[in-house]
Design a protein around this ligand. Structure first.
Ligand SMILES: Nc1nc2c(ncn2[C@@H]2O[C@H](COP(=O)(O)OP(=O)(O)OP(=O)(O)O)[C@@H](O)[C@H]2O)c(=O)[nH]1
Ligand SMILES: [Mg+2]
Length: 359
């Protein structure tokens, strides 16, 4: 279990909500990721937890530098309890509000027999039900916004923007699939539209189906609504997480997979938020730092320490693959492959950086 990170995302913490209907396995996934021990099997309270983002590149760099400390990127997940006892599967005001506050959604779909629940698993049906709820909730918000805007004679440009969103929703098109060029997204900020949030769909399969791909119909539907999808078995992942490193590797090899599905799940969520990592290396620490894609070198340096941003002179950059090709920083330098970059340089995922600064 890891403590919460100081400032993993800079200005504002990113929360990724685990959502889905009652008993789909959200808390099982959450506990496995965070090392926390929230009771499974019944709703409960909303919980926040931090998990490390597994990264084989950091594993390798740590082997090479044998640093005193190795630090992975981290992400915060929010376990949102499902609603029990609802006659039909739906979202009430409370859970809707909790879901609206998330930056991205990870929908967990049940595809295993849960004796505590009536009915066979119906993941595609659950996906449609959840999606319909989200469309409906967004429709309500946007419609209200337009009504109020008309009464108050709001900025017509803004009204037009919301009318376009309403048209998309009436077409059952989630906002996330509407191209940027057709939408003035600036106006939508602060409304927490559910169908505009990045969506990751995890099919929680029974252990006997672990390692299988997503069924084609489900995969196609997820793509259509602008989400990313994968399959995992939450209970199997929990088992794997409980093993020590050596046994984990053997277990995964038996399953015929290179890494656990949970690792893939976390990394996919990270990518969905347009987050990337750059690395610092040395005998003290090998570390991954989280930035948004598109961040310039000077601002990225500020993630490490404000002095590095203030006194930024230049960054010496070696992309991870280049480093691996040459085997050491000295070899990279000797080959003339070290990149010396100024403050405007846009940092790439996997850049190894040394910041030169002067304060
Ligand atoms: N067989 C099997 N059981 C699972 C799996 N994932 C979760 N369960 C079981 O299903 C039950 C519900 O799991 P939870 O993780 O509490 O589900 P949840 O989505 O958090 O449920 P709520 O918060 O109540 O909506 C528990 O008894 C789990 O042990 C799985 O992959 N396979
Ligand atoms: Mg739960």
């Amino acid at each position: 279990m890891h403590g919460p990170s100081r400032d993993e995302y800079g200005i504002r913490p990113v929360k990724i909500g685990l959502v889905g209907f009652a008993g789909s396995g959200k808390t099982t996934v959450f506990n496995t990721m965070t090392g926390l021990d929230v009771p499974v099997g019944f709703g409960g309270e909303l919980k926040l937890g931090t998990t490390r983002v597994p990264d084989p590149r950091i594993d390798r760099l740590s082997e090479i530098f044998s640093p005193r400390k190795t630090t992975y990127a981290e992400m915060t997940f929010c376990d949102i309890p499902g609603e029990h006892g609802a006659e039909k599967k739906g979202l009430t005001g409370r859970s809707l509000q909790q879901i609206r506050e998330q930056e991205a959604l990870c929908l967990v779909l049940r595809d295993f027999d849960n004796p505590a629940l009536a009915g066979d698993p119906d993941p595609l049906g659950d996906l449609e039900a959840f999606h319909a709820e989200c469309l409906f909730a967004d429709h309500e918000i946007v419609e209200k916004r337009i009504d109020r805007g008309r009464k108050e004679q709001a900025n017509p440009v803004e009204l037009i923007a919301f009318e376009k969103v309403l048209a998309a929703l009436e077409d059952e098109r989630p906002v996330r699939t509407v191209p940027e060029s057709q939408l003035n997204r600036g106006f939508l900020k602060g409304y927490g539209l559910l169908t505009d949030k990045p969506l990751l769909v995890a099919l929680n399969v029974g252990e006997e189906k672990a390692g299988e791909e997503l069924p084609a119909d489900l995969a196609a539907r997820i793509e259509e609504i602008g989400g990313a999808g994968l399959a995992l078995s939450a209970s199997l992942e929990a088992e794997i997480a409980g093993l020590d490193a050596g046994d984990q590797a053997a277990f995964l090899e038996d399953l015929g997979v290179a890494e656990s599905a949970l690792g893939r799940f976390i990394r996919t969520a990270y990518g969905l938020l347009d987050l990337i990592s750059f690395f610092t290396v040395g005998p003290d620490e090998v570390r991954a730092w989280t930035i948004r894609r598109g961040t310039a070198a000077k601002e990225a340096a500020g993630r490490i320490h404000t002095d590095l941003e203030r006194g930024f002179i230049r960054a010496e950059v070696t992309p991870y693959d280049v480093f691996m090709e040459h085997g050491s920083e000295q070899a990279v330098k000797d080959a003339g492959k070290l990149q010396v970059e100024g403050k405007e340089y846009v940092v790439s995922d996997g850049d190894i950086m040394h910041v030169r600064f002067n304060v």
